[in-house]
Design a protein around this ligand. Sequence first.
Ligand code: HEC
Length: 153
Amino acid sequence: MKFSMKVLGMATAAMFLTTGLAIAGPEKDPEKARVPADQRAAAKKDKTDLYKKAEDASPEIIAEGKAIFEGKGTCVNCHGKDGDGNGPAGKVLNPGPRDFTNCKFHKKRKDGELMWVIKNGSPGTGMVPLIPATISEEEGWKVIAYERSFCKD
Ligand code: HEC
């Protein structure tokens, strides 16, 4: 009796786990680099003249980034209005979209590494290349400034 209850419990836990993954995949380790090693040094150096660092961008640039994030960029569908990765389309993705409220993630990445992913996607995930098909490179830099602003530290 005791044994079968345990088996039942395990089966239920497994069911929850599987269903959970199908509904909202967990984020794949956000602190691990996404840019392939042989391109990372170059990506880290990639810069814009809109700002020195995206976290220091002007309120005007951040506001333009927000409009792109929620509008033509379609980022909001997956990354969510609050930037936490809980957008309607993001919920069915596995791995889940990046949670931009996570300040530890931001500390691990240079702006240019984010730009690389917006241009090249993150292979094997729902993050597909969005520059130049969906937004321009300049619009990409503006969205990066907005994404950085979700970290409130
Ligand atoms: C169809 C869903 C989807 C849309 C739309 C989308 N993303 Fe993503 N995005 C993802 C997923 C999933 C990941 C996580 C990929 C991974 O873990 O490697 C991600 C990760 C990222 C990352 C993190 C890269 C890193 O270095 O870890 C950035 C930056 C990003 N997206 C920017 C954007 C921007 C900007 C837009 C809009 C122009 C956008 N995304 C639109 C699904 C999406």
